[in-house]
Design a protein around this ligand. Structure first.
Ligand code: IVH
Length: 712
């Protein structure tokens, strides 16, 4: 309710007194509203940043935020350091003030062994130091993630964030409060049951997605000519840069996150307030007070519990939205922690157990351009060999000219290479400081490096292609490898080196030439024994009896993968029908969209492709032709299945073939559109994804039911 002017004159005051009173009243109302708004904004920021469960739309949050900003600028005396508006930064410093940590910030001993035995060694040491014998029960541990960011101490006095300090040398850090206030996940004010003084310790980090977006923005700034800007080599480096920004307005533009994992100074806890006996309970309390605690944090027992955690997190690591470089084990019982104490700067009750690094630095020795089966030109960075993610990496694809330019990778550059899980290695970023002065920007060549034909980029496409078609020996070689592939015509013994020789010596110009190869030609090739030549001729002979699906796939039509080829075969039944089908008719096939339909039509419109097909038929390649099947007659039509892990009843290829014969589509990755995931032993991330998305998971028995055409 707004004050009524009339009310103010009723108690017989002079008009000057009355206006002073009115002013007080309006300040009082503003103060009340500021409090309401800041409470609401604290609540919604926690719901949004920490719980990931916003309760109001962003626009509504912004409206409340702006209202508070307006009130604070009209009444500067109402502005407090814990106001939600103080998260946006703005303060510019000359230097950071030193902060003496009242409780030193320790570091953690690192177990050098990345294998399971690292966990066992820790447990053995703890048991020994606690004087436990084999008869005593397993030790309780808390297992946490080892976040790859920077340690931070957050001091709350009277429940309000009063200071945020970096670790520094452990004794003295730097006051980075203004920057840390910009982190939405960090509470600026604690509930009233928090102790009068509380220091929460944890890790400030940057999520991978935020890091990539930040680097992309930085690249654009650099491209636009901004001076003094740089890209960051990894999320940790970007987080450290943001935390140590003297201009907190810039820090606010660099999205940081936080996880709590410990305590520093504490007085109290407040009388009658909470108390905890274990590290785990303390973390639960921090969560209640509004701090993010990683959900993977677990209570485990003994060495076997630690080993299982290390393994489980290794499997989940690549799917996490942020980097970890290991896990941390801590003795759970605080009394036991105290008994164990410290050695120099490290607690005896905790250890870090690492994983192999996923990122390393190396140099770009050259950027080669490779020609793919369909003529796609791919720039590939040739790297000084580097061991990363468990393998030695010497190549990293740059995908296409746009991507190579976007990352601005140049010969001579020092780059960060990442290989996570089974994903192909990639160049994450360039270390610009180390660029040689005259490194030229990469440009795609105008002609194919193999056959010299014009290289073209179609409108709206990122890729350049060699226009040489099968005239280009690189394309011809790959067309032949593809043709011979196990899942295509399945010609055993036709290896890459042999194909290279056959094409280079002009023995094989078209696919059909394969079927006219003579024993002596083959036996004369390098490293070909007569026996292998005989075997290859037999394999070629055997491959002539095939299926329509395999044959269509083997032709290497752009955009026609194995599944589409099988769909085409099933839909049309006969090759002539496929070859004659209009784009409209092709669009009737499950999975075929306009791009694929156009590509198929274009392929069969080329006379030389029709000639190759005819020559293959003349050479004796054949398949049983059938009638066109209406896809809906198939019992599993429209069902998408993903196979993962080792099945007991049959191999994955066999399961795939059987499912497809019933009309199911077998996909390689799990999405919301997947109907079933069949998971065998040692199923990994696909199984987890299925569980996360609520996709039904079948075992061998479920698969058997599915193969009867029933939907379990
Ligand atoms: S506890 C008394 N827990 O690793 C133990 N540290 O040297 C203090 N780190 O500087 C650290 N994740 O920045 C702890 N779950 C975790 C951690 C963690 C990452 C960092 C921290 C510290 C370094 C250990």
């Amino acid at each position: 309710m707004s004050p009524q002017v009339g009310d103010l004159f009723d108690d017989g005051l002079s008009s000057a007194d009355a206006s002073a009173k009115a002013l007080n009243r309006s300040v009082e109302l503003a103060a009340r509203r500021v409090q309401e708004l800041s409470q609401a904004l604290h609540h919604h920021a926690h719901a949004y940043y920490t719980l990931d469960a916003p309760e109001i739309p962003d626009a509504e949050y912004d409206r409340l935020f702006r209202e508070l900003q307006a009130l604070e600028s009209a009444h500067p005396e109402l502005l407090t350091p814990d106001s939600p508006t103080q998260r946006v930064g703005g303060q510019v410093l000359d230097a950071f003030a030193p902060v003496t940590h009242r409780v030193p910030m320790l570091s953690i001993r690192t177990e050098t062994d990345t294998e399971a035995s690292g966990a066992e060694a820790f447990d053995t040491r703890i048991r020994k130091e606690l004087g436990l014998t084999d008869a005593d029960p397993a030790v309780d541990y808390v297992a946490e993630l080892k976040f790859d960011g920077l340690a931070m101490s957050l001091r709350y006095e009277g429940g309000v964030l009063s200071q945020a300090a970096t670790r520094g040398d452990g004794e003295t850090g730097e006051d980075v409060t203004a920057n840390i206030r910009t982190i939405g996940q960090i509470p600026l004010r604690l509930p009233t049951d928090a102790p009068p003084v509380l220091e929460v310790r944890g890790e400030v980090y940057m999520r991978r997605g935020d890091f990539e977006a930040l680097n992309e923005r930085q690249r654009q700034r650099i491209a636009a000519g901004a001076k003094g800007e740089k890209t960051f080599v990894n999320p940790r480096n970007a987080a450290a840069g943001a935390v140590r920004q003297l201009d907190s307005g810039i820090a606010a533009e660099r999205p940081l996150s936080f996880f709590a994992y410990g305590l520093g100074d504490i007085t109290g806890p407040a009388e009658g307030g909470p108390q905890w006996r274990t590290h785990y309970d303390m973390l639960q309390q921090l969560k209640v007070w509004g701090f993010p605690v990683a959900q993977q944090t677990a209570c485990v027992q003994g060495a076997s519990g630690l080993v299982a955690f290390h393994k489980r997190i290794a499997a989940e690591r690549d799917a996490l939205p942020y980097d970890i470089d290991g896990v941390v084990y801590k003795v759970n019982d605080l009394a036991q922690q105290q008994r164990l104490g410290f050695v120099t700067r490290e607690p005896r009750w905790a250890v870090a157990h690492k994983y192999p690094a996923q990122e390393e630095m190396t140099t770009v020795q050259a950027i080669d351009v490779q020609v793919g089966r369909t003529g796609k030109l791919t720039p590939v960075a040739k790297l000084a060999p580097v061991f990363v993610g468990g393998v030695t990496v010497t190549n990293a694809t740059l995908h296409n000219e746009l991507e190579a330019r976007r990352k601005d990778v140049r010969v001579g550059d020092t780059v960060i290479v990442r290989r996570a899980g089974d994903v192909i290695p990639e160049v994450v970023s360039v270390v610009l400081d180390r660029r040689p002065p005259d490194a030229p920007q990469f440009t795609m060549m105008s002609h194919c490096p193999v056959c010299g034909s014009l290289a073209e980029r179609e409108d709206g496409e990122a890729d350049h292609r060699c226009t040489g078609g099968l005239f280009c020996s690189a394309q011809r070689k790959q067309a032949i490898w593809h043709f011979a592939h196990r899942r295509a015509m399945d010609v055993d013994g036709l290896g890459d080196k042999l194909v290279d020789q056959l094409v280079d010596t002009a023995q094989v110009q078209t696919l059909a030439d394969l079927y006219h190869l003579k024993l002596d030609t083959l036996a004369n090739m390098d490293r070909m024994a007569e026996k292998s030549a005989v075997n290859l001729l037999e394999a070629l002979e055997k491959s002539k009896t095939t299926t329509l699906g395999r044959f269509i796939f083997s032709l290497g039509i752009r955009h026609v993968g194995e599944a589409t080829a099988k769909e085409l075969a099933r839909h049309f039944g006969q090759l002539d029908a496929v070859m004659a089908a209009s784009e409209d008719a092709l669009l009737q096939v499950a999975d075929v969209g306009p791009v694929v339909a156009h590509s198929i039509r274009t392929f069969f419109d080329q006379p030389h492709n029709r000639e190759v097909v005819q020559a293959l038929r003349d050479a004796g390649v054949s398949w049983p032709e059938g009638d066109a099947l209406a896809p809906t007659e198939m019992p599993l039509a429209g069902i998408t299945v993903v196979l993962t892990g080792t099945l007991q009843s049959m191999g994955r290829d066999e399961a795939k073939e059987k499912l497809e014969a019933l009309g199911a589509k077998v996909a390689g990755s799990v999405s919301k559109k997947t109907h079933y995931v069949v998971a065998g032993a040692e199923a990994g991330s696909k199984l987890e994804k299925a569980q996360a998305l609520g996709v039904p998971v079948l075992d061998d028995t479920g698969l058997a039911v599915l193969l009867t055409g029933e939907k379990p």
